[in-house]
Design a protein around this ligand. Structure first.
Ligand code: SF4
Ligand code: SF4
Length: 222
């Protein structure tokens, strides 16, 4: 990740770099300019406004990219170093140069910068939610975000219990396609916690196959 380095022999202590930094990562004192590196987003705005050529940029390691393969599937993940608050540069490194074909990006929940960064690489979105008040609240925010990106999307309702239809009502009002409903069952949790995939349960296999069919209607790669 980029971070600014101040050359004190050139710095006039004008303070322009500290003023332009939207993240308060730079502070000008009477004697020097101090960087709080964990607040820095590496945007380089400080380098643009410094008229005295006193700012250059260095790189520091904030995480790693790991890769593995299972059959034809390549799986990559970004691992942020402990104590680092900024995941976006790792996400960008992870998602740049995606291979041709279908890439599934499993991003963070909610509508944080991490989600926004991931959406910049997406052609469509699957919003997975749960039928709780909290789930509905977050879903509404996620829908607003996806609509700003103008991407095709659909909803999957996870942990569904009969009679709790608040997500279906919202989707119907908003004309949002429900791609599938995954029921809340103890067996699913048992299979999952023993390290297996829930598609190994026949009932769930059928549900996921239906979701795959629904996806073809929503996304334009088909
Ligand atoms: S690179 Fe951006 S975030 Fe980092 S110190 Fe400069 S202006 Fe602030
Ligand atoms: S903008 Fe450049 S010259 Fe001004 S305080 Fe920052 S580093 Fe120093």
């Amino acid at each position: 990740m980029d971070y600014p380095v101040v050359d004190s022999s050139r710095c006039t202590l004008c303070g322009d770099c500290a003023k332009v930094c939207q993240f308060n990562a730079l502070v000008k004192t009477r004697k020097d300019v101090i960087l709080f590196e964990k607040l820095c987003h590496g945007c380089r705005a400080c380098g643009i406004v410094c008229k005295h050529g006193a700012l250059t940029f260095g790189k520091r390691i904030i995480g790693t990219i790991e890769e593995g393969q299972f059959g034809d599937f390549i799986c990559k993940r970004g691992v942020l170093n402990v104590g680092e608050p900024m995941a976006v540069p790792v996400i960008k490194e992870l998602l740049k140069n995606l291979p041709k074909g279908i890439n599934l990006i499993d991003c963070a929940p909610g509508t944080s910068c991490n989600v926004v960064s991931s959406l910049q690489y997406a052609d469509g979105a699957i919003l997975v939610t749960e039928p709780s008040s909290f789930g509905l609240h977050d879903l509404k925010m996620a829908v607003q975000l996806i609509r700003n990106f103008n991407l095709p999307f659909g909803v999957i309702i996870n942990k569904y219990k009969t009679g709790n239809d608040r997500i279906q009502r919202y989707c119907s009002e908003e004309n949002i396609k429900i791609l599938g409903i995954i029921p809340y069952r103890r067996e699913a949790a048992e299979v999952y916690s023993s390290g297996k995939m829930i598609v190994e349960l026949p009932e769930y296999k059928e549900i996921f196959e239906k979701i795959a069919e629904e996806l073809k209607e929503v996304f334009h790669w088909n």
